[in-house]
Design a protein around this ligand. Structure first.
Ligand SMILES: [Zn+2]
Length: 444
């Protein structure tokens, strides 16, 4: 169904999960011109519209309605690299060894990125942090009309080459990225770039009000080791040069000293992080996008999800790419985080609600999309109408009404993968399952 400008559409469901407000049984939202106009009890929303004399269509789904999912770390262009992602590795170096020859062989990055975007939309995703390494893949989010940020990846620059032509080249790449969505730069990782580009890339994006995203704490060798020593006055040429001098400074402290972290920056993985590193992320306002299935394929340790939750870090969830993960279904990573958090001793009842928040509002916050005119990741008046419906039954008419809703959230978080029923972006249907079409008459 194409939503016509001005015409109101009511989306109602057995359970509506706004994220920034309590769950609503028999809830509804009203949408006009791609934005949310009312959120609440279905009866109240309909009453409001009748009172105002507004005509509307209604789409009713006997399941769950959430904000569109936000995938906070991916490389859509690697969607054709499942032959790498279906392996199992003994660590980052072994995985990189498998990845490199397939990457160098070259694939149809543009077509693969487009296929990845379609798969994400079919999994309930409406916004993505997408890292682009080859220019052929740069328009994937733009072409799919997905929200999020396209990040141009910057890696392998030495200080000398950077001084010669780095800034101009990277600025040209950044400015050429198709918009919308938003754009940014992704300095690949602390160990794959010298110091000068790591110092200057944040300035390039900050001058533009743009965004930063990098891999941090993904490889075990990034971990802090040995005694704390002051290293700053050595003016190292790179993180690896520091390590060659036998200095065990952790990668998080290293990039923090260079001024990379901040609220306009989010990091991916955050596996090898000490308590001090996690505190650094909190104090800089930096979100960590957790990608637990990718970590498992590569053979890394588990991300410290329980510690992040207990300590109050800002968290988001990413699938990473098919070069290190079995699917682009974000809820499969959410389920894995649920399992890991319980195994790591997180016992609070709020676990499912916190993880659903991470997979929606948390990702929007990571990319600066939780406020402002393009705000998404939650269902509230004025936010863009990015919606995901799931084939998860609502609670029966049990007397324990709210505990029934808690069970529904738990069911979605633990078993929601593969159960997306429909996805709307800017109020427009972009994907619908056969069951959704049969129930509502809405087809993509
Ligand atoms: Zn990645």
């Amino acid at each position: 169904m194409q939503e016509r400008s001005g015409r109101v559409v009511v989306f109602s469901a057995s359970v509506v999960l706004p994220i920034t407000a309590p769950p609503i049984r028999d809830g509804a939202i009203a949408v006009a011109a791609g934005r949310i106009r009312h959120v609440g009890d279905r009866a109240w929303v309909l009453h409001e519209l009748h009172t105002r004399g507004l005509a509307f269509d209604e789409v009713h789904w006997p399941g769950v309605l959430t904000p569109g999912l936000v995938n906070a770390h991916s490389h859509l262009q690697y969607t054709g690299m499942a032959e790498v992602g279906q392996g199992r590795y003994a660590g980052f170096e072994e995985w990189a060894h498998a990845f490199q020859p397939v990457y160098e062989r070259g694939l149809d990055w543009g077509a693969d990125a487009a296929a990845g975007a379609r798969a994400m939309i079919a999994a309930g995703t409406t916004a993505v942090a997408d890292i682009v390494t080859d220019v052929e893949a740069a328009s994937a989010l733009h072409d799919a009309r997905l929200h999020g940020i396209t990040y141009w990846e910057v890696m392998s620059w030495t200080n000398e080459a950077w001084a010669e032509r780095g800034r101009a080249e990277v600025e040209a790449r950044l400015d050429a990225l198709p918009a919308p969505p938003g754009t940014g730069l992704s300095p690949h990782a602390p160990y794959s770039l010298d110091v000068e580009p790591l110092l200057e890339i944040p300035d390039i994006v900050r001058e533009r009000g743009s965004r930063l995203h990098l891999h941090l704490g993904e490889a075990a060798f990034e971990r802090e080791h040995g005694e704390a020593v002051s290293w700053q006055e050595k003016r190292p040429a790179s993180f690896m040069a520091l390590r060659e001098e036998g200095i065990g400074t952790g990668a998080t402290e290293f990039v923090d000293e260079l001024g990379v972290l901040g609220p306009d920056c989010h990091i991916a993985h955050g596996v090898y992080m000490t308590a001090r590193d996690r505190a650094t992320l909190r104090s800089r306002g930096t979100t960590v996008a957790l990608c637990p299935r990718s970590n498992a394929v590569i053979g890394l340790d588990e991300p410290p999800i329980a510690a992040y939750l207990v300590e109050g870090n800002a968290i988001a969830v990413g699938t990473d790419s098919l070069a290190s993960s079995p699917s682009l279904d974000l809820l499969a990573d959410v389920a894995e985080l649920h399992r890991l958090a319980r195994a790591q001793g997180y016992a609070n009842r709020d676990l499912s609600a916190l993880l659903l928040r991470a997979a929606t509002l948390g990702g929007a916050h990571a990319m600066g999309l939780d406020t402002g005119p393009a705000r998404t990741g939650y269902l509230a008046v004025g936010a863009v109408a990015d919606l995901a419906f799931f084939d998860i039954p609502g609670p029966g008419a049990s007397p324990a009404a709210m505990s029934g809703v808690d069970d529904t959230i738990e069911h979605l978080v633990v078993g929601g993968a593969g159960r997306a029923a429909a996805t709307f972006i800017d109020g427009e249907v972009r994907w619908a399952s056969a069951a959704f079409t049969e129930q509502t008459g809405v087809r993509a």
